[in-house]
Design a protein around this ligand. Structure first.
Ligand code: FES
Length: 184
């Protein structure tokens, strides 16, 4: 038996992002939340509402890249620039090799906003690269992965300073997080 509770917390500000170009960066299994956002933007009913779309997605090895059929379909499209990468060389992999921060630096995205979700270490090293690329803190949007228990702001398991990731987040801008303790 599987129980499902939700939806909880906030979401990516897709209304606010209308008319803007976007770079979406994901690492590991966190890509699941980004995938639904990308699907939404690529939907013919919505694609015209958004500008250029870069997607940078990294996994430890090719076997851990999720949604391979979708990645292939996106790669074939003209209206999305998809970059996939794995951490280390693997026989049979002809794509890009390198950690997300390095690959982001190579891609050097120039879009209005960046959305990033992934393991804390990935976020930690990618943020300075985004700042270097010219993204101001209000234009870097992150989804945090703090451990959660209750999901409704009661247990205090997930907080960053005075904010609950489960209730006030998980989506915050870097500008918002810069005012809080570095507990994410
Ligand atoms: S998970 Fe309990 S307060 Fe956030």
């Amino acid at each position: 038996m599987v129980g499902v509770r939700g939806p909880l917390g906030n979401s990516y500000p897709l209304e606010q992002l209308k008319g803007k170009s976007l770079t979406i960066i994901g690492g590991g299994f966190a890509f699941t939340t980004l995938r639904s956002t990308i699907q939404y933007i690529l939907d013919p009913a919505n694609r015209g509402d958004y500008g250029d779309l870069n997607v940078i997605y990294g996994a430890r090895n090719p076997g851990l890249l999720l949604y391979k059929d979708e990645l292939a379909a996106w790669d074939a499209r003209e209206d999305i620039n998809l970059v996939t990468t794995i951490d280390r060389e693997v026989e049979g992999w002809n794509g890009r090799v390198g950690f997300i921060p390095t690959v982001t630096k190579e891609v050097a995205p120039k879009t209005d906003y960046a959305i990033i979700c992934g393991p804390p270490v990935m976020i930690k090293f990618t943020l300075p690269v985004l700042v270097e690329c010219g993204f101001t803190p209000d234009r870097i949007i992150m989804s945090l992965e703090n451990r959660m228990k209750c999901g409704i702001g009661m247990c205090g398991r997930c907080n960053v300073g005075s904010k609950y990731v489960c209730k006030d987040g998980p989506v915050f801008t870097k500008e918002q997080l810069d005012k809080l303790p570095n507990e994410y």
